[in-house]
Ligand binder design. Structure first.
Ligand SMILES: Cc1ncc(C[n+]2csc(CCOP(=O)(O)OP(=O)(O)O)c2C)c(N)n1
Length: 343
């Protein structure tokens, strides 16, 4: 008798080296980021928080990328819509709530920065500034240091399509290309820079710019979480082999207005937004998991209920948490000397 041969075809995630548990976890994170975002929008409308910048429509790219990186070794420089990314590398809903309520316990900046300005040493997230694209030269410097120290690490940086027109982006990419630095740049091309559509920002493809910097540039479907995972994983392997940076242009659509201060109906139509909801990554990936027999409507309902109670609990916590003390306002702004040591 010949032994039974397993002829079952590998699923897409299995062929990428992802376990069933990891594939489901990606979906859990997508749902978590989405529900956080929806509640943040409501909190702003209710007057409980001042401001929110939404990442709705961009979660798949953020989560696919996070799963392909090494949380113990790599350095992360996310931009202000990357809730899916920071939640996937270990930030909690409670911490995000503390940030939007501007409370002292916010690990990102102790309530000083605008929401979405991530920074957390514990999670290897490097503090970012408000001027867009300034994180790119920071990522370059970190990649240079990693290379000089022979660390097995990459720096991963994200930015928007509009920000890829800034000098910081070009100068950073050029330097990283010359020195073959272990850096991955992911442009989250959500089609708009506030009110300016993509065709008024760039005449060519963003991914093609990499040609001029001397490293590969790829344009991928940013609403396909597994495709983003595959691309970032390959880019990381290239970087660790000493072959230098990769530019990834993840194409997606910003489904919410630019921020809670923006009226997007002034520069785009309701029909256009509705049409793009049809490509929402969440139902698409949920359908994939259901086809694989890894997810059910019951599990989905349970997940949504669990996230809702976590979000409710963390909002209650953040609401009652203390604001930073007035006398702390200048801490971390100027260097301080205490008992002979700089902190
Ligand atoms: C150097 C600089 N110029 C202008 C701004 C104001 N600003 C904040 S977000 C933004 C749009 C950026 O668009 P994009 O890079 O496409 O990212 P998106 O917000 O669409 O995700 C602008 C112009 C800024 N923060 N920094």
């Amino acid at each position: 008798m010949t032994p039974e041969v397993n002829t079952r075809q590998k699923t897409r995630h299995e062929s990428l080296g992802l376990s069933d548990e990891q594939a489901v976890d990606m979906y859990r994170k997508m749902r978590l980021a989405r529900m956080y975002d929806e509640r943040a929008l409501l909190l702003q409308r209710a007057g409980k928080i001042n401001f929110h910048v939404s990442g709705i429509g961009q979660e798949a790219a953020q989560i696919g990328a996070a799963f392909a990186l090494d949380k113990e070794k790599d350095y992360f420089l996310p931009y202000y819509r990357d809730y899916g990314f920071v939640l996937s590398v270990g930030m909690t809903i409670r911490e995000l709530m503390l940030a939007i309520f501007a409370k002292a316990e916010d690990p990102n900046s102790g309530g000083r920065q605008m929401p979405g300005h991530f920074g957390c040493k514990r999670l290897r997230i490097v503090t970012g500034s408000s001027p867009v694209a300034t994180q790119v030269p920071h990522a370059v410097g970190i990649a240079l240091a990693a290379k000089m120290r022979n660390e097995e690490a990459v720096s991963f940086v994200t930015l928007g399509d509009g920000s890829s027109n800034q000098g910081d982006f070009h100068e950073g990419c050029n330097f990283a290309g010359v020195h073959k630095l272990p850096m991955i740049v992911m442009v989250e091309n959500n089609q708009y820079a506030i009110s300016v559509p993509l065709d008024k920002q760039v005449a060519g493809r963003i991914s093609d710019r990499a040609l001029g910097y001397g490293f590969p540039g790829v344009r991928i479907d940013g609403c396909d979480v597994l495709e983003v995972y595959r691309t970032v994983k390959e880019a990381r392997e290239r970087a660790l082999r000493g072959e230098g940076p990769t530019l990834i242009e993840a194409v997606m659509y910003r489904l919410a207005p630019h921020s809670t201060s923006d009226n997007d109906m002034v520069y785009r139509s309701k029909e256009e937004v509705e049409m793009n909801w049809k490509n929402d990554a969440l139902p698409r990936y949920k359908a994939y998991l259901m086809e694989c027999g890894l997810w059910s409507e019951e599990e989905d309902a349970q997940l949504i209920a669990d996230i809702k109670s976590m979000v409710d609990r963390d909002i209650a916590y953040a609401e009652q948490a203390a604001f930073p003390a007035g006398e702390e306002a200048l801490r971390h702004v100027y260097a301080e000397e205490e008992a002979g040591t700089w902190r």
